[in-house]
Structure formats: structure tokens, C-alpha cells
Design a protein around this ligand. Structure first.
Ligand code: GSH
Length: 228
């Protein structure tokens, strides 16, 4: 098969790429990365020495594409998805919210979660507290943004599911188990519910479910509605 996705079903940044692939109904060969296996980690690093995934390999074009956002742009360019809005103003807004979700929420969530995997003598409580504070700032910003949306205007940018929603979905799915949402954040919760009901994300989450028990926080992810 021309397209190969190096990924792990539990990985939040891989969810972002999977959502785009499933949105487009694009066929690909999933290659599960197991970092505890030297051979599997080496195969990933041979493609992308940084060692982070997802990584998309397009055998037909001879391209290796890393970074979930760039994978999504690549799928729009070559595989017919339309996740970057056509209008110039909507396009920069989608990119802005994509960066917002990745850098200020998703990466901070990784920082908090990742600290649980560090040895006891190498924890970073100061850095974790900074990350938690930034996540709460993001929650308040999303709540305000979503509260201003009316009618069919239910996605991050207008009424069309976009790159920004691909970024938001896994960031919001896992963040709640890391730094719980404030009870008053009704619009944020409702947006998360919409993302979790999107068929492309339903599929990715179903595939992730067997691995939820490995999420390294006390609160384990779940697909049951009442946990949110
Ligand atoms: N900026 C990258 C981040 C990718 C990333 O952090 N992936 C995590 C999995 S969610 C990973 O590769 N973790 C393994 C590691 O850091 O060793 C992207 O947007 O794709």
C-alpha cells in the first residue's frame, strides 16, 4: 500500500492524523510503533530520527511526512481531504487554533502526563505547575470562544470541520483526564462532546480503547459519557 502510518493507537498526536485519514476515507497501512521494542523504535528513527510519531510514509511519491499538522496539509494536497479552509481568512484562523491546541494545550498536557513517567528523583513539579496553569488558561479561552458561537457555527472555525478541530479533539479528550475541566465550562464540554461524536474520532477512540489502561495518570480515559 502506498501510504504507511507509523503510529500508536493510544498516542494523542496520532489521533490527530488518524482523524484526517478517516475523514478522507483514505486507505493506509497502519504500522504500530512499540517504543519498548528496539526494532520498532529503530524502524521509526530510520525514517524520522527525531523519533516522534505520527510519521506518514508515501511510497508512491517517495515522501516522509512528520508532524501531525503537516500530515494533514499533505493529505489535503495529495489525497483530497479539505481540512484547511479554502478562504484565506478562515485558513489563517484554522492554523492559529491548530497551533493554539498543539502548543498551549496538547504539549502542556503531555508535560503533566509525562512527569508521571519520570524517575522519582527527576520530577519537575515547577514545570508541571506551569503546564497546568497554561492548560487552565486554554480552557477559559475555549469556553469564551465556544460561548460566542451560534446556530450551525459549531466547529472551531465556522461550520466546517477543519484542521483546528483535528487538533482540538485529542487535546481535549486527554486533557480532561489530566487537569479536569471546571464545572462551569459548559461550552467547552459541549464542544468536546461534539468532537467525540464525530465518526472519524469515534473510530480512532474505539481503536485506542484497549490501551486506555496504560494511560499513565490515575484517571483513566473512558468512552463512557458520564466520566466527563
Ligand atoms: N509535534 C509532533 C509531536 C508528536 C509527539 O509528541 N508524539 C508523541 C506521541 S503522542 C511521541 O512520539 N512520543 C514518543 C517520544 O517522545 O519518545 C506532532 O505534532 O506530530
Amino acid at each position: 500500500m502506498s501510504l504507511k502510518l507509523y503510529y500508536h493507537p493510544l498516542s494523542s498526536f496520532c489521533h490527530k492524523a488518524l482523524i484526517a485519514l478517516y475523514e478522507g476515507g483514505i486507505s493506509f497501512e497502519p504500522i504500530l510503533v512499540d517504543l519498548s521494542s528496539e526494532a520498532s523504535a529503530a524502524a521509526l528513527r530510520a525514517l524520522w530520527p527525531v523519533g516522534k510519531f505520527p510519521v506518514l510514509r508515501d511510497e508512491t511519491r517517495g515522501h516522509t511526512v512528520a508532524e501531525a499538522t503537516v500530515i494533514i496539509e499533505y493529505l489535503d494536497t495529495h489525497y483530497g481531504t479539505k481540512l484547511l479552509p479554502a478562504g484565506a481568512d478562515q485558513a489563517w484562523q484554522a492554523r492559529l487554533w491548530d497551533r493554539f491546541y498543539d502548543l498551549h494545550l496538547h504539549t502542556q498536557m503531555q508535560k503533566v502526563v509525562g512527569d508521571n513517567l519520570r524517575p522519582a528523583d527527576a520530577k519537575d513539579p515547577f514545570g508541571v505547575e506551569q503546564a497546568r496553569t497554561l492548560m487552565k488558561t486554554c480552557y477559559a479561552m475555549i469556553e469564551r470562544d465556544m460561548a460566542g458561537k451560534t446556530g450551525a457555527n459549531t466547529w472551531a472555525i465556522g461550520n466546517t470541520f477543519s484542521l483546528a478541530d483535528c487538533a482540538a479533539a485529542p487535546a481535549l479528550f486527554y486533557s480532561h483526564y489530566t487537569v479536569p475541566f471546571d464545572p462551569s465550562h459548559g461550552h467547552l464540554r459541549a464542544y468536546r462532546e461534539r468532537l467525540l461524536a464525530r465518526p472519524s474520532y469515534v473510530r480512532a477512540l474505539k481503536e485506542a480503547e484497549p490501551y486506555f489502561k496504560y494511560f499513565p495518570m490515575d484517571a483513566k480515559p473512558s468512552l463512557a459519557k458520564e466520566t466527563v
